[in-house]
Design a protein around this ligand. Sequence first.
Ligand SMILES: Nc1ncnc2c1ncn2[C@@H]1O[C@H](COP(=O)(O)OP(=O)(O)OP(=O)(O)O)[C@@H](O)[C@H]1O
Length: 341
Amino acid sequence: MADTDAMVLVTGVSRVFGRRIAIDRADLTLMRGRILGLLGASGSGKSTLLRTIAGLESIDAGTIAIDGRVVSTPGLALAPENRRVGMVFQDFALFPHLTVAQNVGFGLKGRADRDAVVGRLLERLRIVDQSQAFPHTLSGGEQQRVALARALARDPAVILLDEPFSSLDGSLRGEVREDLMETLRETGTSAIVVTHDAEDAMIMAEDLALMDGGRVIQTGTPRDLYNNPTSVAAARLLGPLNLVEARVHQGVATSVLGQKSAILPDGPVRMGIRPTDLRLTGPAQGLQARVASVSFAGGYCVVRVKTDTVALSLHLPGEAPRTGDVVGLTVDPARLMVLPD
Ligand SMILES: Nc1ncnc2c1ncn2[C@@H]1O[C@H](COP(=O)(O)OP(=O)(O)OP(=O)(O)O)[C@@H](O)[C@H]1O
C-alpha cells in the first residue's frame, strides 16, 4: 500500500524517560479514513505513543508523519496546534467555566465562521439542546460528545482518543461507543483509539495494533489478531486464554489438546485455546477431565476442569456440568493456536 494512503505513519519511534524505554522502535500506520485501535496493558506505552503523535511528547528516534508531512524526528517537533490533530482525553478535559458552545468553539477564536461551525457540530453530535449548559450538568456521554465536537472543530486530519470510555460504565459505555463510532464513520474521520479493553478495541477499530513493553508486537484486523496471534502476549491481550505446553517435531506441534501443523523449528512451544473453543462431550469420549469449579457469569458459565496434567477453563452457554463431574473435552484443531515459547 502506498504511503500516501497513510494518514499517520510512525516509523521506528522510541521515547526514553531516564533509563525507562517507554516506546521501543514502534511502527504504526493509520490509514486514511479508518479507525485504528491501540491496545495494550497498563504501562505498555500506549498513551506515550499517542502523545508523541499529538506533539505533547518529543521522540528520541524515528519519524512521525501526518498526512505526508514529517511532524516529529529527534530534534524536530511541530507544535501540537500545527499538526492538524484533535485530542479527546480520558476525562474529556472540558473547560468547566465555559458553556458547551464555548467549549466547542474554543479553538476557533477569531474565525468569522465560528458560530456556523459550532452550530453544525452541535447538531451533528446531538447536543444542540445543551449548547448553553455547563459541562458539570451533562451526563458522561454528553460530555464525551462535547469533547469530540471540540476536537473536530478545527477540521483535524486525525482524531486521537485516549481511553475514551474509561469513565463510563455499563450500558452507557456501549451507547457512547456506538455513538462515537457512528460519528467518526459519518465524518470519514481518521482516528486512533487507545484502550486497554479488548472488547472496546475489537468493536471500535477496523485495524488494531497491539503493544507490549513499549513495542508494537502485532498489527492486523481484530478478527485476524484474535484468531491468529503470533505470541502469547498478543493472544492474552485479546481475551481469556488456556495455555498448555507443546512440542514441535518436523512441522507438527503436539500437546494434550491435539496436533496442529506449525512452521516453527523443532522444540518446545505453547499451545493456546480460547475458553469458548473447548466443548464438552460424553465422559467416555475426548480428553478426560474432572470439573473443579463452576461459576455463573450471566450469559455463560465459567467451568474449570482438570485433566491428569493440565487445568483448563471453559466458557459454556446454557447447561453446565456440576463440580466433581467427570467430563470429556473436544477441541476443534482449527481453533488451536501454536505460539512460540
Ligand atoms: N513523563 C514520564 N516520565 C517518566 N516515565 C514515564 C512518563 N510517561 C510515561 N512514563 C513511563 O512510560 C511507560 C509507558 O507509560 P504509558 O502511560 O505510555 O503506558 P500506557 O500503556 O498508556 O499505560 P496506562 O494505560 O496505565 O496509561 C510507563 O512505564 C510509564 O511509567
